[in-house]
Design a protein around this ligand. Structure first.
Ligand code: C5P
Ligand code: MG
Length: 162
């Protein structure tokens, strides 16, 4: 890793909506009639942030570190993946300056859970809450997210070193 002062990373993820699974976002289970399909807990925003962190240090992607073929990760708490990516960023000599993320999901309404999700993510990442932003968008009823078939999340992170 070069000694450059700033590194930026972006992440994106999507999961299919299914009945009979919890809707977990940033480690918080949101009351919902449906959840997200996935090998792990399918926490789409934690996955996007994890990929953003890995991207910032050019350390591959989440599937490389936590293959979905590994039975050990079945039903896994995705905050574990996020914690691992934070540790790798810090081992590379960086602190995490801030994280910004967007969850794109038609329903349920998520805004009442914003602070809980931010606090949960910040706790896992060992960051102050004001370093972690979580935004919510519908897809305006257009495309797979808009039709209620899937959820998406996007994230960017900024890493800094002395
Ligand atoms: O997608 P749209 O711009 O219509 O979203 C309007 C607001 O609704 C957003 O600012 C967001 O805070 C909130 N929202 C939400 N839960 C969602 C989607 C959007 O609380 N699933
Ligand atoms: Mg995922």
């Amino acid at each position: 890793m070069s000694q450059t002062k700033f590194r930026v990373g972006q992440g994106w993820d999507t999961h299919r909506i299914v009945a009979g699974r919890p809707l977990v976002l940033g480690g918080i289970t949101i009351p919902s009639e449906f959840g997200l399909e996935g090998h792990s807990d399918a926490d789409v925003v934690s996955h996007a942030i994890t990929d953003a962190l890995l991207g910032a240090i050019a350390a591959g992607d989440i599937g490389m570190h936590f293959p979905d073929t590994d039975p050990g990760w079945k039903g896994a708490d995705s905050l574990k993946f996020l914690k691992h990516a934070c540790a790798l960023a810090r081992e590379a000599g960086y602190w995490i300056e801030n994280v910004d993320s967007t969850v794109i999901l038609e329903r349920p309404k998520l805004k009442d859970y914003r602070l809980a999700i931010r606090e949960s993510l910040a706790g896992a990442m060992e960051l102050p809450v004001d370093a972690v932003s979580v935004k919510f968008k519908t897809a305006e009823k257009v495309g797979p997210v808009g039709e209620g078939l899937s959820a998406e999340a996007q994230a960017v992170v900024m890493l800094v070193r002395d």
